[in-house]
Design a protein around this ligand. Structure first.
Ligand code: M6R
Length: 591
């Protein structure tokens, strides 16, 4: 879960790399660094800290050169220290590497390299790569052949990029299991984990398959397969709406992405009816349907499960992707696996999908990022089409996932068009919900900012919204929060309710209202502070987040939006950075 970038061309390289690192920061932000080749020198500057802090501290913008690489890190192997920050060099300091992924056999390789006299300067798995490359270069191989030979010795997943003083005009990149994409603009060449990193310069891109190598020079891009044979590739255009990564007038990406949701919903109905109908039929015909996902995407899947059952009369199970392998025995060719992932590169989801494919299951993925690892592994892909989501906390992608499940479930009963029309109308209700509640939520966040715990309860289709809202609060404000079915509270968690404990009660005016409110009253009797999320007022609420009256199956989409905003304001009041929560990253590419 790191971001890598390389640039060679006519511009000053380091400023390009630094701008790219700012765009890639969503992939990891505990350390950053660059390496630049200039006048026979390899200049490496790196440190722990956010990109901007490292740039300022080490005056990175002053580094000269027309060939440079850069990295923003989310630590896996080795603590958050300057030594462990990338780029990593070989013993001679003549080559530098940035890497995203995990080298699973790094311990064995490290021992062997140490025996051969290599000296390691960090605790990272990555550092074996420059030392392996060093040996290959000593054996007389070209930089690209050295990269091919080194890659063949690595187990695990990687995308790495290397520059060397021995071949100073080149950047070599290769990947297996982690993304790497090339950008071309005139004589300028870019290579990165994400095209966002260079989308301000070009939308002409070329992809790399697993085990392929790219050799970039000013004006040149040569692709090789794992045997070193030259490949012919066509450039393609990047969808610019995807490439947008500007906060606009908003203070944070998260706020912008929350506020965009009404528009996103307005657009979501533009899905391919034919595709939905075919997928809906596959789901109905399957012996069993399993939805697999992590985090927020899993909560969307739980809403989907409810919709499939309620609308399509099709039961399916939701399996947390990190646990999927333990259920693999019952997956077969009559199983449809639906993988839900905003990024399309979550390692747990990817691994589950590979296992499912291996036994012949049909894989349908619901993803946001185009051309992700998951899309390549799937038989059918439904795109969220909600544009790039930069904040670590998922918001607009969640709403889009809910909308996709809504459309799919109605496609099962030949009512796609009606469902699409209802979603388009719901867009106005989402705007209304944000307008009604903004100032109330700011006040409420003041009250919540010093709380240590919060509980979220709901029933039926909204239970997953309680869990998602709790996840939002904890991941960006570091307040412990739990979401659960309201009826479950009395089976244990009620013991934790004390005077003043916030309990968010999602109780739309539907068939769940009376029972959910009754559970809220049980907590209020123990002193809980009740925050009602409902279209129906009640004296039980100490605070009321008012939502519009909508169809019962659409309540999740209007209920979640103010709760995302509440989490945002609590984080701000607690002095937390909602876009870059501690210890987390947007794409979780490790198991
Ligand atoms: O990219 P994915 O949807 O596969 O990501 C899954 C989770 O890592 C993600 O939803 C995570 O829980 C978010 N940070 C939640 O806001």
């Amino acid at each position: 879960m790191c971001g890598i970038i390389g640039y060679c061309g006519q511009k000053a390289a380091v400023p390009v790399v630094l701008e790219a690192l700012k765009c890639l920061e969503y992939r990891g932000y505990d350390s950053a660094g660059v390496a630049s080749l200039c006048d026979g020198q390899l200049l490496i500057r790196k440190d722990a800290g956010k990109v901007e802090e490292v740039i300022q501290k080490h005056k990175l913008a002053d580094l000269p050169g027309h060939v440079a690489i850069g990295h923003t890190r989310w630590a896996t192997h080795g603590g958050v220290t300057q030594f462990n920050a990338h780029p990593h060099a070989d013993c001679s300091g003549r080559l530098a590497v940035v890497h995203n992924g995990i080298i699973e056999n790094s311990q064995e390789l490290r021992q062997e390299l140490t025996r051969r006299g290599h000296r390691f300067a960090s605790e990272t798995d990555t550092e074996v790569i420059p030392h392996l490359l060093e040996d290959e270069l000593k054996n007389g191989h070209s930089l690209e052949q050295a990269a091919l030979n080194t890659a063949a010795k690595l187990e695990g997943s990687y995308a790495f990029v290397v520059v060397s003083l021995d071949d100073p005009g080149k950047i070599i990149g290769t990947r297996r299991g982690n993304p790497l994409i090339v950008g071309l603009n005139g004589r300028d060449r870019y290579v990165s984990s994400d095209a966002l990193a260079f989308s301000q310069y070009t939308n002409e891109v070329m992809g790399l398959e697993d085990n392929e190598v790219v050799v970039l020079t000013e004006g040149g891009a040569e692709f090789l397969d794992a045997q070193g044979n030259k490949l012919v590739k066509q450039a393609r255009k990047l969808d610019q709406s995807w490439a947008e990564s500007d906060k606009g007038a908003y203070q944070h990406f998260m706020l912008k992405e929350i506020m965009e949701q009404a528009q996103v919903l307005g657009r979501i109905a533009n899905q391919d009816k034919q595709q939905f109908t075919e997928i809906a039929l596959d789901i109905l015909r399957a012996r069993q349907v399993i939805i697999t996902a992590c985090g927020t995407s899993r909560y969307a899947a739980l809403v989907g499960r409810y919709l499939f059952s309620r609308v399509g009369k099709k039961f399916c199970d939701v399996v947390m992707a990190s646990e999927f392998g333990y259920f693999a025995d019952s997956v077969d060719k009559n199983t449809v696996v639906i993988a839900v992932s905003q990024s399309g590169e979550t390692a747990d989801v990817v691994e589950g999908v590979k296992a499912a494919r291996a036994v012949g299951a049909q894989v349908i993925s619901i993803v946001n990022r185009p051309n992700s690892i998951l899309t390549d592994l799937s038989h059918q892909v439904i795109y969220l089409n909600c544009g790039s989501e930069i904040a670590v906390a998922a918001t607009k992608s969640f709403l889009s996932q809910l909308a996709i499940f809504y459309l799919l479930s109605f496609a099962m009963v030949n009512s796609f068009d009606q469902a699409a029309a209802r979603l388009a109308e719901l867009s106005g209700e989402v705007s209304k919900t944000l307008d009604w509640n903004k100032s109330e939520l700011i006040k409420l966040s003041e009250k919540l900012k010093d709380k240590n715990d919060a509980y979220y309860i709901a029933r039926g289709i909204n239970f997953a919204i309680a869990s998602e809202a709790a996840l939002k609060l904890k991941e960006i404000s570091y307040v412990h929060a739990e979401g659960m079915p309201a009826g479950e509270l009395k089976h244990g968690t009620l013991a934790l309710i004390e005077p003043g404990t916030p309990v968010v009660v999602i109780c739309p005016d539907d068939y769940t209202f009376a029972e959910t409110l009754s559970n809220a009253i049980e907590t209020k009797s123990r002193g809980a502070y009740i925050i009602g999320v409902s279209d129906r007022e009640s004296e039980v609420y100490d605070s009321w987040i008012k939502i519009p009256k909508v169809d019962e199956l659409l309540y999740p989409m209007v209920a979640v939006v103010p709760l995302q905003l509440l989490a945002y304001y609590v984080a701000i009041n607690r002095g937390c950075d909602p876009d870059r929560p501690r210890n987390l990253a947007k794409s979780v590419t490790v198991k």
